[in-house]
Design a protein. Sequence first.
Length: 467
Amino acid sequence: MASRVSSEDWTTEQKLRILDRLPARIAIAYAVIGAFWILISDLALGTQFDDLTRPPIIAQIVKGWLFVVVTAACLYLVTNHLTRQASGATRSMLAADRTRDRLAAIVDAAPDLVATATVDGRLLSMNGAGREMTGAGPASDISRWHISDLHPADTGRFLRDQAVPAAIENGQWSGETELSGSAGPPRPIFQTILVHRGEDGRPAFLSTIGRDLSERKRTEDRLRMLQKLELLGQLTGSVAHDFNNLLGIVIGNAEALESRLVADPQSKRLLGLILRAGDRGTELTQRLLSVSRQQSLRPEPADVNLLIQAALPLIQQAVGRGIDVDTRLCGSARSATLDTAEFETCLLNLAINARDALSGGGMITVSTQNVDLAPSDVAGHTGARPGSYVLVEVRDTGCGMPDSVAARIFDPFFTTKDPGKGTGLGLSMVAGFVAHSGGHATVESQPGSGTTIGLYLPATPSAAVAC
């Protein structure tokens, strides 16, 4: 389109330049014709009079030449005035056309929905972003659509019955609405409806602008979740500390009684139950502290591959028979700075979680690779930062999970297991440990396609290694 417009503008400019030179050419042509006519007249006088130098004849010749010069000058001035007016008007129209084309190009390239409509709401035009948002193709006829047809039924009725009349009355209307698309759920937008009036002051047409708020809403949801998790972490950490102090008293006294009740097997058995329950309570408080990031870690540079290989026998024993455990370790994986004991606990938690998704057997694969994340790679991922990482992935061939479950998989106390079969702290403890170590955790899953949990562990500063 730009090439065609530029070509048309160039042709118009050529015509205008020719028009600008036209007055001079007309005046010159007239002067030439006049001179030719005077020359012929002089020759005719020469045949009638032997002496052309007589004053009356010279005066007549001079008058003829002056007449030609004066009329040529007048003709030039008149035609020049007329052509300047014509070329000026044409150049103004051309400049207006260029401005209109540029504005149309800007509107069509805008990332927001921009559309025009009649006063009763019937669409007249829509830019490319609007057609993409609504699922209308470039060649779709939108003239039969009403502004309300771009929205879900309830929102459409509100716009038709309240928003459009309010815009006509007040000059504009703005508010958050939802926009229907060809696929997927409606997307939230901030919509403005403007009224454009004619010379008589009456509404001539409407325009509407809609900005997609989907990413903003997701960011707000993530922020609210982080605030909830922070509050929950503070509460959990406080409760865990108090609970741990009480457990210390219970376990200490139980151990003191156990040494005194050597001759009473029944009482000793009961004390054993108390101690085992105390140990489970201590383990639970450690998980709570890990979730709340109040647990003291002892990070140190470690070879992740060696830690995984050392934990394999324990993992295989935890998942049981019928489930294969495989590894795909990067031979040149970087070292990571982490608490080795907590990392082993994380691997066990991930393996047990994968085992529960493999009801009929299957495979669990633990892999490592070096990853360098740029700022563009972490955009939109809460808690993720650019840098060098060792990525540890635990993949299972289980039943997978829908997006609604995957979005909450790291939330404390969230579990899909039956009551009494899970605390909902396993994966949140994993996410808490990774975040506390300076990394982040991810999940990829689809129903029927298994699940992959990724742990991005900050690499120990060293030379970059490809893997």
